[in-house]
Design a protein around this ligand. Structure first.
Ligand code: ADP
Ligand code: MG
Length: 146
């Protein structure tokens, strides 16, 4: 599994853009599970990913709304980006109530989940794991299995 050390926010965003370029829709939705402590860079990574997919809206942490859905521009291989922050959830059933099974069954959905450990029982086996580790103020270690 590659581990990359980024030395600033923009490098984390650039890595996200690189990783998203490697993803192709499969039979079901593509799920990225972003692990790591508060401030480790999960939302920043999602911002880089969204920007590279042509999302112009500001991506903020959806902690208080749990889930945000962005339509992707025509021409992208994915049609929707779904950004989930499971920080306030305590089991997969909480996500199921938000219709997770349906969004996860759609091939052209790209689902990014922060705090996947909170809803571990609903994370699909095929989810791609990306782990963020705080090294110092500007440095993060990012390990991914894509
Ligand atoms: P999380 O979603 O994991 O809680 P955020 O992405 O919201 O983390 O916050 C990361 C914070 O760390 C931001 O304020 C960002 O500017 C800062 N930061 C500093 N260096 C980096 C880096 N190399 N990668 C990502 N974020 C960084
Ligand atoms: Mg976050």
């Amino acid at each position: 599994m590659p581990t990359i050390t980024t030395t600033n926010l923009n490098e984390t965003k650039a890595l996200a853009a690189e990783i998203v370029g490697l993803l192709k829709p499969a039979e079901r939705a593509t799920v990225l599970a972003l692990y790591g402590d508060l401030g480790a860079g999960k939302t920043s990574f999602t911002q880089g990913l969204a920007a590279s997919l042509g999302v112009v809206e500001n991506i903020s942490s959806p902690t208080f709304v749990i889930e945000k859905i962005y339509d992707l521009p025509v021409g992208q291989s994915f049609k929707k980006l779904i950004h989930i922050d499971a920080y306030r959830l305590s089991e997969g059933g909480d996500l199921a109530k938000l219709g997770f099974e349906t969004i996860e069954s759609e091939s052209e959905n790209l689902i990014v989940i922060e705090w996947p450990e909170q809803v571990a029982d609903i994370i699909p086996v095929g989810a791609k794991k990306i782990s963020f580790k705080f090294i110092d103020d500007n440095m993060r270690e990012i390990t991914y299995e894509i």
